[in-house]
Design a protein around this ligand. Structure first.
Ligand SMILES: [Zn+2]
Length: 110
């Protein structure tokens, strides 16, 4: 009998940065602080300087689908600003999908 091998979840440096960014975004309540400027453009306040805010551009669907104007983003790293936008959009998309599903279920019943 051959044992099936599980896929590797060894954390790559990028995956570690994404994990830290998502954790920090959640801890700071980042998704609630996101302000939408227009299609694919958002403003997220700095965690360290209340006078500063950064622009996040992109539409996902993955964390790598966004860019941020903060110093970490300038190095191409995933930051908590990007994670905040990503989590906010996931929540909004989930709510929209839920309304669609609920609407379809109501039509089936009627
Ligand atoms: Zn950033």
């Amino acid at each position: 009998m051959t044992a099936l091998s599980a896929p590797s979840f060894a954390p790559t440096p990028t995956r570690k940065r994404e994990h830290v960014a998502v954790k920090k975004a959640r801890a700071l309540g980042g998704p609630a602080l996101v302000r939408r400027l227009g299609y694919g453009r958002y403003v997220v306040p700095s965690a360290s300087d209340p006078a500063l805010a950064y622009v996040v551009s992109g539409t996902g669907p993955l964390l790598s689908g966004y860019r941020c104007s903060c110093p970490a983003g300038g190095f191409g790293n995933v930051c908590h600003h990007v994670a905040s936008v990503h989590l906010r959009r996931l929540a909004e998309n989930a709510r929209r999908d839920w309304r669609k599903l609920r609407g379809a279920a109501r039509q089936e019943v009627a």
